[in-house]
Design a protein around this ligand. Structure first.
Ligand code: NAP
Length: 355
């Protein structure tokens, strides 16, 4: 089988495509021959060596990748819910960038019929993040006002759709004019284009009383103002820090990152109490032990995608061997929707597994 291995932190050159033996599934595991695997911003952070759960749980070398779709090749003795040949999708705590994924059976689900393999490979990580943020972290009520930063990206576009599905009033923020129409079509009530508009003047104009929820993965660039624009009882949901990181070149500017960390606001519980505002932070990769939460989320999301109530993110795909190009594209922050790697022919031509 082929997989992408990162032996040490660094630029695109660290993404090595290597041949390895196919693993044997344990009693409660499923071996999947992947068709496509999702690319997430977190994978870039893994390559840089700054992704906390990768450092804590794996170290080096590491194969990035949190999600995949494909067909079951073999199942362990205790697995009954899927069989060899079944089309499936799933999440994995790393090891996704591979032609074969050996995953705990609990994290493998039948692929929704409405999704092709590429769309299925890019569906779970962003939608599980959006679902967990919106539906498992806060209580929502119809007509609540929500501000979603980076609304054209993978998680952002999933958040816009889940907000619409739950009758919330949602405003998306994008960093480039080419993303405005995409976010509007997803169902946003309004879109703020930071490249041509003053973000906070416009945010205030659109929602003068403040927001019930603000979703922010930008980090120091916007966190303080996101909090300031909450109404009493509002919640700031923090799930990433990408303004600490570079948009091109593939290498971390450690000085910029450290200076950015110093600008991360410190929230004061005394003030938060008297202002009636809250801050919630979460990371899905520390949630793998909460199978109960993941199962509820996948069950709802599968129902909604099969009913046509939500759409999978628009997908742009690369062959597995072109993983560096996928990382370069994602880092630039110009994409809308999701990037996936095609693994059926990982080298870009017809391929038969050799191990
Ligand atoms: N906590 C979790 O469990 C979890 C799970 C998944 C993702 N995340 C985080 O969520 C964020 C979005 O992930 P995604 O997969 O949706 O990524 P994505 O599709 O690449 O979208 C990210 C968006 O963020 C903006 N951006 C990217 N790099 C930037 C930079 N260096 N500086 C400023 N803005 C930048 C861009 O939007 P605009 O320029 O239009 O704003 C880009 O479209 C990432 O920070 C990721 O780490 C967290």
């Amino acid at each position: 089988m082929y997989k992408v291995v990162v032996h040490r932190a660094g630029g695109y050159e660290q993404l090595k495509l290597e041949s390895h033996p196919v693993p044997k599934p344990g009693d409660r595991q499923v071996l999947v021959r992947t068709e496509a695997v999702g690319v997430n911003y977190a994978d870039v952070c893994v390559r840089w060596g700054v992704y906390e759960s990768a450092r804590r749980l794996v170290g080096w070398p590491i194969t990035p990748g949190f999600e995949y779709s494909g067909r079951v090749e073999e199942v362990g003795h205790k697995v009954t819910h899927v069989r060899p040949g079944d089309p499936v999708f799933g999440v994995t705590l790393f090891n996704g960038y591979s032609t074969h994924v050996c995953a705990p059976a609990d994290l493998v689900w039948p692929k929704p019929q409405t999704l092709d393999f590429e769309a299925a490979a890019g569906f779970l990580a962003v939608y599980l993040t959006a679902y967990h943020g919106l539906l498992q972290n806060v209580v929502i009520r119809p007509s609540m006002s929500v501000l979603v930063h980076s609304a054209g990206g993978g998680v952002g576009s999933a958040l816009i759709q889940l907000c619409k599905l739950h009758n919330l009033h949602v405003i998306g923020v994008v960093g480039g004019s080419h993303k405005v129409e995409y976010v509007r079509q997803l169902g946003a009530n309004a879109v703020i284009d930071k490249s041509t508009q003053s973000l906070w003047l416009e945010a205030k104009r659109l929602c003068p009383d403040g927001y019930d929820l603000v979703f922010d993965a930008n980090g120091p660039e916007t966190l303080a103002q996101s909090y300031a624009h909450l109404k009493p009882t509002g919640k700031l949901l923090i799930y990433g820090f990408h303004t600490l990181l570079p948009k091109q070149g593939g290498r971390i500017n450690y000085l910029k990152a450290v200076l950015g960390m110093l600008r991360v606001p410190r929230f004061n519980p005394l003030l938060m109490t008297s202002e009636n505002k809250g801050v919630v932070a979460f990371n899905l990769s520390f949630l793998f032990a909460r199978i109960d939460l993941l199962h509820t989320a996948v069950s709802d999301l599968t129902t909604w995608i099969e009913a046509g109530s939500i759409q999978a993110p628009k997908v742009c795909s690369f062959v597995l061997k072109d993983v560096a190009q996928a990382h370069r594209t994602l880092e630039a922050g110009e994409t809308t929707g999701k990037l996936v790697l095609r693994t059926a022919s990982p080298l870009g031509e017809s391929y038969s597994p050799s191990h």
